[in-house]
Ligand binder design. Structure first.
Ligand code: NAP
Length: 249
């Protein structure tokens, strides 16, 4: 399986590390060109390329870029075949991404991305904090292995995303369609709360859509007040899990 990863930040770099460890053939790109990608990321065995090249001749594309940047990269996907699996990790934070009217009006985030890219996607790795993702992965069958929800509309997208989530050290959990994926958005009870697979179904079902954005903004404010804006995307795993459980569950 050949994989192109766009975005080598907090989440992207762990994706590269874990999927390279699993033996995947990976190309990686960011917005600034291959020479700007850190040597420790390249050392994992992935090939740094331009963003255009990362989208070409691959079976799977993983997008791990800030939410609003999908509008900037959509032209890169125009010629990508429809059967190529595109997996998106993005979350909408108005404090960081600027307001998007459709989402403020209630559109599900993954449906906005699919509409923007004009193609099916899977949503995965969005509901795990960057530090937890980097530090808490475990081999399959480990008793304390955490789970990550996966949403998609096509079987191929769901199957591939679930297989790759497993390879990154987490139990994949089928969370349903993209229309249902608001249940794994920021502010939801499964969002970065470090749950195990057997807890997922009940906790996903307990989500209340109208409360998500208010709760998301509360947590953002607390993290900012304590650690500053920079830590919004890279908070201590234990602190974030505790805080999110109090506010989101
Ligand atoms: N941080 C978390 O805890 C977390 C958890 C789950 C999901 N997510 C979501 O996953 C996504 C990535 O998060 P992150 O924290 O990894 O972000 P990040 O650290 O800010 O990294 C973003 C990456 O996207 C690249 N990028 C931005 N614009 C681009 C463009 N136009 N073309 C190509 N590459 C572009 C950046 O490259 P340059 O540096 O070259 O611009 C960078 O490598 C976000 O949507 C976030 O909400 C984050």
């Amino acid at each position: 399986m050949k994989i192109g990863i766009l975005g080598t930040g907090n989440i992207g770099k762990t994706l590269v590390r874990e999927l390279a460890k699993a033996g995947r053939d990976i190309k990686i790109a960011n917005s600034r060109g291959p020479e700007s990608i850190e040597t420790e990321i390249v050392a994992s065995g992935a090939r740094p390329v331009t963003a255009e090249e990362a989208m070409r001749d691959v079976d799977v594309i993983i997008l791990s870029i800030p939410f609003a940047k999908h509008s900037d990269i959509k032209s890169l996907l125009t010629d990508v075949p429809t059967d190529t699996v595109v997996i998106d990790t993005a979350n909408y934070y108005p404090i960081r991404d600027n307001k998007i009217d459709a989402i403020e009006a209630g559109q599900v985030e993954s449906l906005w991305v699919a509409e923007e890219l004009r193609r099916p996607i899977a949503k995965a790795w969005n509901a795990v904090g960057a530090r937890a993702f980097s530090e808490l992965g475990k081999p399959p069958g480990s008793p304390d292995r955490l789970a990550i929800p996966v949403a998609a509309d096509r079987d191929i997208d769901r199957d591939v995303a679930m297989r790759l989530v497993d390879e990154t050290g987490f139990d994949p959990f089928d969370a349903g369609s993209l229309a249902d994926s608001w249940r794994q958005q920021p502010g939801s009870p499964v969002y970065c709360t470090s749950l195990k697979r057997e807890q997922m179904a009940t906790v996903l079902a307990s989500a209340e859509k109208e409360r998500l954005s208010k709760r998301r903004d509360l947590v953002s404010q607390i993290v900012q007040e304590r650690f500053g804006m920079a830590q919004l995307s890279n908070s201590d795993a234990d602190f974030l899990t505790k805080l999110n459980r109090i506010v989101y569950m």
